[in-house]
Design a binder for this molecule. Structure first.
Ligand code: NAD
Ligand code: ZN
Length: 342
């Protein structure tokens, strides 16, 4: 099969012919239809310090996908050839305390698809049956292709109650954009999106932001009067990885507020812990998706009218992967989809 491979330690990816993956008795073999490009793929492509210490080439990259089952292992009962599925990209151990208790997202032995094992930027991908999610008939395949980052957004956006609350979204990358629409769908009063990039602020408006803020021009507190906010944000989603954005959010929170932190800073962050204490804030780290409550919520929110399609801004065939990666890297894109021609 053809696959996008990190062939050796260093920048770049190449389209290579590699052996088709072979499913084990508990596995499912999927013919990939469409894939989404994630920031992780950009790190691996550019071979930054994180990639250099994490990735062992050769590796087929990619973890956001939708496809069709072509074969199942002899132990697999619930999945059948022809089913349209996506995969949870975190393969957990199944044996640790948290896995055994059903809290699989807390597994400390998680292996990432396209990071620690061969991934989905390929014509075929194999995953354990416990990582496969069935789509309902009629799902939009492009939306299905991005269930993984959509799940990051859902996991973050639903980690504190948002009904009637004033929500701050710091960073309107693809995940912040989806979280904006989710918070609106889940009944937030205001969703204020802070983002330096003008194109992404426009996308945030399309996704339902009440108000967008350019952090170079306006402070998070300046919109309070206009939005009839008394004290500050009740809930914030940190989706930028920027230390400044996190500090600014802490400053602008109401007492008792909750900050869900998904963004991954690339440097140490100093925080005003006094503000956290005296405002009695809850800071909560978010990694991945809850297996499989997040997946259930994604499905039923789409069925009840949530529309995340405006986040998909670019589409390429897999042979144009260099252009696709360039678009994803540009900072102006929402989600970039690659089609695998099936
Ligand atoms: P992205 O890099 O495309 O988006 C981040 C956005 O933050 C950019 O649009 C950038 O302009 C904006 N930004 C930068 N400085 C800012 C500031 N001071 N205030 C407000 N916005 C600012 O990333 P993404 O793909 O949407 O992912 C969001 C974050 O989540 C990234 O840090 C990513 O590494 C991380 N992530 C975490 C998980 C997890 O499981 N925890 C999973 C996927 C991604
Ligand atoms: Zn485990």
């Amino acid at each position: 099969m053809l696959a996008l491979v990190k062939t050796s330690a260093g920048p770049g990816l190449s389209l290579e012919t590699v052996p088709d993956p072979v499913p084990g008795i508990n596995d499912v073999l999927v013919r990939v239809h469409k894939t989404g490009i994630c920031g992780t793929d950009l790190h691996i492509e550019s071979w930054d310090p994180w990639a250099a210490k994490t990735i062992v080439p050769p590796l087929v990259v990619g973890h956001e996908f939708v496809g069709e089952i072509v074969e199942v292992g002899s132990n697999v009962a619930d999945f059948h050839p022809g089913d349209l599925v996506s995969g949870e990209g975190h393969v957990v151990c199944g044996r640790c305390r948290h896995c055994l208790a059903g809290r699989r997202h807390l597994c400390a032995h998680t292996i990432g698809l396209g990071v620690g094992r061969d991934g989905a930027f390929a014509e075929y991908v194999v995953l354990p049956m416990t990582n496969i999610w069935h789509h309902w008939p009629g799902v939009d395949e492009e939306v299905a292709a991005i269930f993984d980052p959509f799940g990051n957004a859902v996991h973050t956006a639903l980690s504190f109650p948002v009904l009637g609350e004033d929500v701050l979204v710091s960073g309107a990358g693809p995940i912040g954009l989806m979280a904006t629409a989710i918070a609106r769908h889940a009944g937030a009063r205001h969703v204020v999106v802070c983002e330096p990039n003008a194109r992404r602020r426009e996308l945030a408006e399309q996704m339902g932001a009440t108000r967008v803020i350019d952090p170079a021009k306006e402070r998070l507190t300046e919109v309070f009067d206009e939005l009839d906010m008394v004290e500050g944000y009740d809930v914030a989603f940190e989706m930028s990885g920027s230390p400044t954005a996190l500090r600014n959010a802490i400053d602008a929170m109401a007492h008792g507020g909750g900050i869900a932190i998904l963004g991954i800073p690339t440097q140490d962050v100093t925080l005003d812990v006094n503000a956290v204490v005296f405002k009695m804030l809850t800071l909560r780290g978010i990694y991945g998706r809850e297996m499989y409550e997040t997946w259930y919520k994604m499905t039923v929110m789409l069925q009840s009218g949530l529309d995340i399609r405006p986040v998909i801004t670019h589409r390429f065939g897999f042979r144009e992967f260099e252009a696709a990666f360039a678009a994803a890297r540009s900072g102006d894109a929402g989600k970039v989809i690659m089609d695998w021609g099936h």
